[in-house]
Design a protein around this ligand. Structure first.
Ligand SMILES: Nc1ncnc2c1ncn2[C@@H]1O[C@H](COP(=O)(O)OP(=O)(O)OP(=O)(O)O)[C@@H](O)[C@H]1O
Ligand SMILES: [Mg+2]
Length: 231
């Protein structure tokens, strides 16, 4: 399987704190890769390094063979990485359609497939502030997909969702992998969702990679149980 994203020895220091400390990761094309770990373990900072909102203090990141560390965020989007945020970030007073149009690439196909995948086709004309929490979270994904990325980064997409909403989100993410052929890197504290959805999982602790493997391997790893999953 070809590697889409390659991260080698990447670090981010805030003052004296090594928020991300020598991370290595290889994400194959067409897979869902989960990132888990305790609060403050560096997950969001790691996504920020991949999406160009943080500049790395060391290491290298390549997407499809192209070096992307050091690129500004808008250039990272052009290179093929799109992300959503832990808190909703949409133009709340705009319609969903206007939000998507603002994100869409010139000359790219109309985002009908993206709206259909996220189940939001009937909501296109609605002001984003009037959408439910779950719909706003899906809308962030639709906006990210409208940039036609190769890699989609999701930061806690299931926050505030009911179990049926989270199950539906999980099916949507699987279809993004299977029908659009994207790779997805997802940070999520919902272990039920993560264990059922992710092809592989990396565990972060204090900025470092504690473990990596299939969901079954992660669930059985004594270090992971001690630091995060509990007994
Ligand atoms: N812009 C910043 N300036 C200084 N310190 C920061 C900054 N962003 C994050 N940190 C610190 O870096 C560490 C990692 O934070 P990060 O937000 O990446 O963790 P996280 O794993 O996403 O946590 P959570 O599960 O709570 O979202 C924390 O100690 C945090 O306080
Ligand atoms: Mg976070």
């Amino acid at each position: 399987m070809s590697i889409l994203l390659r991260v080698e020895g990447v670090s981010k220091v805030f003052g004296g704190l090594r928020a991300v400390d020598e991370m290595d990761l290889s994400v194959p094309a067409g897979t869902v890769f989960g990132v888990i770990g305790p609060n403050g373990s560096g997950k969001t900072t790691f996504l920020g390094l991949l999406s160009g909102t943080h500049k790395a203090d060391g290491g290298r990141i390549t997407l499809d063979g192209q070096r992307i560390d050091g690129l500004a965020a808008h250039r990272t989007v052009r290179a093929g990485i799109a992300r959503t945020f832990q808190t909703t970030r949409l133009f709340a007073g705009w319609t969903l359609g206007a939000n998507i149009a603002a994100a869409a690439r010139p000359r790219s196909p109309p985002p009908d497939d993206v709206l259909a995948l996220t189940g939001l086709t009937s909501r296109t004309g609605q002001i984003c502030a009037s959408l439910s929490n779950a719909e706003q979270r899906l809308a962030m994904i639709a906006v990210a997909l409208a940039t036609r990325p190769k890699l989609l980064l999701l930061d806690e997409p299931a926050v505030g969702m009911s179990p049926p909403e989270a199950a539906s989100l999980s099916r949507t993410i699987a279809r993004i992998r299977d029908e659009l052929g994207l790779s997805v890197l997802i940070v999520e504290h919902n272990m039920h969702l993560m264990m059922n959805l992710a092809d592989r999982i990396v565990v972060m602790n204090a900025g470092r990679k504690l473990a990596e493997g299939t969901p079954g391997e992660i669930r059985a790893n004594p270090d992971v149980i001690a630091s995060y999953l509990g007994t």
